[in-house]
Design a protein. Structure first.
Ligand code: 5GP
Length: 208
């Protein structure tokens, strides 16, 4: 039987740079990336079907009703959700899939996929986060404040994650996240069949 892919959830405060980290992980290491559905309006340069599937609230509701999402959550003023089919197909095909989602969604995923790796990316402190959010200029002052307030709530939920990675230097952060994923693949619980075969294989030596 083909080994299933690993499900990896990457979350982080808005402005912590997780989008850039995820993009690089896909480009550099070939991870498969789930594209979410959202009711948020596209930002300049964002493309439907590439960055998100942009939906009306009615369309989003429809996806929920037809069990088309593995998880969904409200974040600030909009809804976001993970389309089910892509993730299930990719995992079944043995590919490692990254979900870039917020903390409520991550919690739901861990319940449905207890073997998923939950990774949280953070700045080293809240001051750095504020500077980065204000500096990127894609949100209004009011939206920035809402995102900071949300980050304060999210900070209380970081202990639900398996790994915490500080994004101080971008390249270090990318390679650390990749190493964390590779390390996770070596856990003995994830290699029980191989371990059994290996022990049998070695035990044969004793018999000769
Ligand atoms: P943004 O509006 O900045 O693109 O995303 C806002 C937040 O929604 C981010 O924390 C992002 O990770 C999260 N998000 C994006 N897609 C999903 C999703 O499918 N499900 C959930 N729960 N959160 C998502």
């Amino acid at each position: 039987m083909k080994k299933k892919g690993q499900l990896i959830v990457i979350s982080g405060f808005s402005g912590a740079g997780k989008g850039t980290v995820v993009k690089s992980l896909v480009e550099k290491y070939g991870y498969s990336l789930s594209i979410s559905a959202t009711t948020r309006a596209p930002r300049p340069g964002e493309v439907d079907g590439k960055d998100y599937y942009f939906k009306t609230e009615a369309e989003f509701r429809n996806l929920i009703d037809y069990n088309g999402l593995i998880e969904w959550a409200q974040y600030v003023d909009n809804y976001y959700g993970t389309p089910r089919k892509f993730v299930e197909d990719e995992l079944a095909a043995g590919r490692d899939v990254i979900l870039e989602i917020e903390v409520q969604g991550a919690t739901i995923i861990k319940k449905q996929y207890p073997d998923a790796d939950l990774i949280f990316i953070t700045t080293k402190d809240v001051e750095t986060l504020k500077e980065r959010l204000a500096g990127r200029g894609s949100e209004t002052q009011e939206q920035v404040e809402k995102r900071i307030r949300r980050a304060v709530e999210e900070a209380e939920m970081i202990d639900k994650y398996d790994y915490i990675v500080i994004n101080d230097d971008l390249n270090t952060c990318i390679d650390t996240v990749h190493s964390v994923i590779l390390g996770g693949k070596c856990k003995k619980e994830r290699n029980e069949d191989f371990l059994k075969d290996l022990q049998e294989n070695f035990s044969r030596i004793r018999e000769v």
